[in-house]
Design a protein around this ligand. Structure first.
Ligand code: APR
Ligand code: ZN
Length: 240
């Protein structure tokens, strides 16, 4: 048995809730105020690009008013202090993990502060508003820029790398996700079937709770730092 365990962490909207970023399916969540078919599908964007740009512009503007919380910071600490392999996969499109210091990070649903050109396929940092006439900084075309986020019915990003990491990991930690949306909701099974220990850190039991070996329920800013402390104190606790 050599080396420290390989860890994969998956986060969802619940990790950013205490930073003031709305979740999707909690009471008063985003999907109780917006129709996901209108603002989070390619068909919705084709039908009404103005409405979709407005939805993401509002959320992008919101980034300026929020900051990482103790849970984001604890995961950045785990990345930097854990001696084994580490990968953080987030479903979130906010930039709070980056701002907390995470670097081994994959945004499987894209990023609010990135724009994608439907004409040339180039991606560009996009901190400000976007509209149907925003020119692409690379090809100059207008009317082809879209938020660089993955909509329902589209393939999430980095899936090859993620599946590879899940099949190799010794410990899978899921934080702040309701387990409603695939493929992320199936990650616990891939990791568990490969022999990893799987744990859910969430405010309440998720849809996939029965698939986890272990669960600690509570607010992310409480349970995540405590769990990271425990992991760093016993670095070799989980080895397949
Ligand atoms: N601490 C820990 N967990 C929390 C907190 C908190 N303070 N607040 C809420 N939660 C939990 C909720 O109990 C819920 O299980 O976070 C989870 C949030 O679930 P969702 O709102 O469904 O968000 P998420 O699981 O990230 O959604 C997945 O769905 O709409 C798509 O693309 C969108 O990435 C998103 C995906
Ligand atoms: Zn372009």
């Amino acid at each position: 048995m050599s080396g420290a365990p390989s860890i994969v962490v998956l986060t969802g909207a619940g990790i950013s809730a205490e930073s003031g970023v709305d979740t999707f399916r909690d009471k008063d969540g985003i999907w109780s105020r917006y129709d996901m078919n209108e603002v989070a599908t390619p068909e919705g964007f084709a039908r009404n690009p103005l409405k979709v740009h407005g939805f993401y512009n509002e959320r992008r503007r919101g980034l300026a008013g929020v900051k990482p919380n103790a849970a984001h910071e604890a995961l950045a600490r785990l990345e930097h202090e854990h001696r084994g392999e580490f990968l953080l996969v987030t479903q979130n499109i906010d930039d709070l993990h980056e701002r907390a210091g995470s670097t081994k990070l994959l945004h499987m649903h894209g990023k609010l502060d990135s724009g994608l050109c439907g004409n040339c396929g180039q991606r560009h940092g996009w901190p400000g508003d976007m509209d149907a006439f925003s020119p692409c900084p690379a090809c100059g075309s207008t009317g082809h820029m879209r938020p660089d986020v993955v909509w329902f019915g589209e393939m999430p990003y980095h899936m090859g790398e993620i599946w590879e990491a899940l099949s190799r990991c010794d410990l899978f930690i899921s934080v702040g996700t309701s387990g409603n949306v695939y493929p992320a909701a199936g990650f616990v099974e891939i990791a568990g079937d490969s022999g990893a220990h799987t744990i859910e850190l969430n405010l309440e039991p998720s849809e996939g709770i029965t698939l986890f070996d272990e669960a600690i329920h509570g607010r992310a800013t409480q349970v995540v730092p405590a769990y990271v402390e425990r992991l760093l104190a016993e670095p070799n606790r989980y080895r397949k």
